[in-house]
Design a protein around this ligand. Structure first.
Ligand code: ZN
Length: 358
């Protein structure tokens, strides 16, 4: 079982350095008391600092920075409070920050009354942004750097936060148990899809319920004002991943038009991973199936992108524009991945008279 899990994690992480850490962890002999190895500090630091937290990685998701003096911990880019980086939780504020690469120590100062957070913004915050700042303050609340302590790493699942390979294995087994066979199948299909990595990562986060929807943030104890807890497209239902990507009435119309375009009408199951499997199951042959994988990923990615623009930039979006955008992206992805051999013009590609499936 351990080796299988290891194989799956390798798929998720790609061929990066994380695998090296995993191999080390594995060689340490999980589950064998007394033979556990500690972290390889250098490798961990390399893995966790690279990329600034854009890619959700299982490995990274389970370790947390322990803040000592705060000199080596990136304020926005590393997980040191809660389950996610502040950059992901508060993208708008990150955007406005004047100390994007700064460390925790640099984000405040010690005064006679104690530690005071002192964020520097590019301009004065607007009302809504001030609320976000207040949310962020309440999240990092009582934490403050200690000048005499060195920064370190915590393994979040283990009692006392100390990493052990046994705890890592148990967490791994737990994650395995939580996912349906469908999830594992969907996960494997997703990573072979003809789509850019950024879109695949969003799609992957959706099938393992790791997108920062309001519901997921509330689960992580992030305080969200009551009036913002709902899906901001229909302002009616709780914002879960399944709702915001599939079942919201507005989003449902997007899927209807996509179905019309490809001339296939598949069921819309409750859960995102089932929806993905059912959608790609509508294509006969490898070529069609590959195209549908890319199309599903592109659709989910753009729905989420429009959702974020709606929520953080107050942009209102139209179903027809989103669908046009999806078709346009798929057109340019097809130039890269060559799934559909097609000489049709762009306007033909976008029209309902044309189906990219054969
Ligand atoms: Zn909705």
């Amino acid at each position: 079982m351990g080796l299988e899990i290891l194989g799956r994690e390798r798929d998720i992480m790609g061929e990066g350095d994380s695998i090296l850490v995993w191999r080390n962890v594995y060689r340490g002999g999980w589950g064998v008391e007394g033979r556990e190895k500690g972290w390889d500090e250098g490798l961990v630091a390399k893995n966790c600092s690279a990329g600034g937290g854009e890619k959700e990685k299982w490995f990274r998701g389970n370790i947390q920075r322990f803040v000592g003096n705060g000199r080596e911990v990136s304020f926005w880019g590393e997980i040191w409070v809660g389950d996610s980086t502040l950059k992901i939780l508060f993208p708008r504020l990150f955007n406005l920050s004047l100390f994007k690469d700064g460390n925790v120590e640099g984000a405040g100062k010690r005064t006679e009354e104690g530690w005071v957070w002192d964020f520097k913004w590019r301009r004065e915050l607007r009302e809504r942004e001030k609320e976000m700042e207040a949310d962020m303050r309440s999240l990092i609340g009582g934490l403050s750097p200690c000048p005499d302590l060195k920064d370190g790493w915590n393994w979040k699942s283990a009692a006392g936060g100390t990493f052990s390979t046994k705890a890592a294995y148990e967490e791994c087994a737990k994650a395995e148990g939580q996912h349906s066979g469908r999830y594992i199948e969907a996960n494997a299909q997703l990573w072979t899809a003809p789509a850019p990595n950024k879109a695949r990562v969003t799609a992957w986060r959706s099938i393992c319920n790791r997108l920062p929807t309001c519901e997921n943030l509330i689960k992580r104890n992030v305080q969200i004002p009551v009036e913002e807890k709902w899906c901001n497209s229909c302002v009616w239902r709780a914002e879960t991943v399944d709702h915001s990507l599939i079942h919201c009435t507005k989003v449902d119309r997007v899927w209807d038009q996509i179905h019309q375009w490809i001339g296939i009408d598949t069921a819309k199951p409750q859960r995102v991973e089932d929806h993905f499997m059912s959608f790609i199951g509508g294509g006969r042959g490898k070529r069609n199936k590959n195209f549908l994988k890319g199309l599903w990923i592109g659709t989910v990615w753009l729905i989420w992108k429009y959702r974020n623009e709606g929520r953080f930039e107050n942009k209102n979006w139209e179903v027809s524009n989103l669908v046009k955008d999806i078709k346009g992206r798929l057109w340019s992805w097809n130039k890269t991945f060559h799934v559909v051999e097609s000489n049709v013009s762009f306007s033909m590609w976008c029209s309902n008279e044309y189906s990219p499936l054969v």
